[in-house]
Design a protein around this ligand. Sequence first.
Ligand code: HEM
Length: 496
Amino acid sequence: MDWTSTILAIAALVFFFQAFTWKTRAKNKSLPPGPRGLPILGNLLMIGTKPHHDLRRLARKYGPIMHLRLGLMPVIVVSSPEAAELFLKTHDLVFASRPPQEASKYISYNQQNLIFAPYGSFWRNMRKMCTLELLSNHKISTFRSMRKQELDLLVRSIRDAAYSGVTVDLSSMVTSFSTNVSCRMVIGKNYNSDDFSEKGFGATVRETMRIASAFNLADYIPQIRGLDLQGHTKRMKAIAKDFDDFFEKILEEHVEYKDEDRTKDFIDVMLGFMGSEETEYRVERDTIKAIILDMLAASMDTTAATIDWTLVELIRHPRVTKKLQQELKNVVGMNRTVEESDLEKLVYLDMVVKESFRLHPVVPLVIHAAREDCTVNGFHIPKGARIFINVWAIGRDERVWTDADKFNPERFIGSDIDVRGQNFELIPFGSGRRGCLGMQLGLTIVRIAVAQLVHCFDWKLPNEMQATELDMTEEFGIVCPRTEHLQAIPTWRLNT
Ligand code: HEM
């Protein structure tokens, strides 16, 4: 017998043993409906490169609470607003954990971070610390002038391109803008390309997110973990080393830089907690590094991808763009750029951004884990099951949304539906205990950037391209951007 057959034989034995014990446990308890799976692999082969699409297709047949088996792991897929409310509100405490993930173990210093941490006191303390020290309304407002500087730089470089009449890669520019905003807030400075490995910081963060979201066989058939058949673990170990070197350098700079007058950034605050007896936050050096990566990874691409999707939809819908520009003209006027203080008066902008979140939630699958056995809607949900909330499918549920696939911000006129996690038909930031910690900041960055880019510029596609020709294919990952970069020709609109 060669090694492959040996592994398969062992895996088959493990599978039958596990399936037996699991079935015995679940005896007489009714799991939600779902498709039959293959031995060992379960339903893994039913999931392709766009899992949120495949899961919606299956849910249409089996219902909004569906049971799958991916490898040896039970997975519950949640695909309607009512079902999401049961998992994220009614039984929030049971489902407020995250499943262990093999690849992310290496970059999260063994789950010493916030995003992947299991439910418990460590996660609670870290969440509290990040909320108070980085993401409270007060902290967000202290970074307002920094965000303005970065947005001014973006506008200035696009304005230069406008005078030269050249095409800009708007996706790359928006990504740099959001990377700079995140880095300056978290590590106190713009990331310097010499400080990181050849591949570059942004590209490595993006690769990390891609690997962390891939269906890693080791997560679903833990018994074959050591084989690392897809090479994810090996790659994550290499990436972890690059991040570690980079973060060590940054920590050293913070320790050495003793100017008491400078504004303290998040790392200074966390370093202050290290080794202190007076704080409830038990932070070690590794915890700080894990949290830095969390904050950067959670903020950089989510905001950039959302701005990008919104701009693409605006280019595809000139009527909406005109209406938004008219609102900006009325509220801001043509003699100045938009300020964050204008945002609360921009009600149509709010509808445009909501509609973009509905059609293109950049985290299309939100993943939780069951901390204990639970009965939901009469179905048995076993402890340890992974819960996939299909946010993308919920935003396009035809029972809830008229012309669900159409971009139509006017659908929110007179509607109370908001994105903040209280209305389960629209949950781009998740909801409940595990909901997004940076929602307020994310919303502010997205709104101000979209408003500014639409107020300052008219946009035209290059090479006589029609808006209908824009490719809307998504690239699946924890964060789901558009595959193609948005290239467009700007024209300056303001009188200044
Ligand atoms: C448009 C921007 C953003 C979107 C759409 C977004 C979306 C999400 C979603 C869907 C989750 C998972 C929620 C759940 O499991 O129920 C999440 C978690 C999280 N987000 Fe965001 N996010 C954005 C921006 C940010 C920003 C700017 C930050 C902070 C700097 C941030 C920090 C986090 C953290 C720390 C978590 C993990 C919370 C936990 O596990 O307890 N996010 N986000």
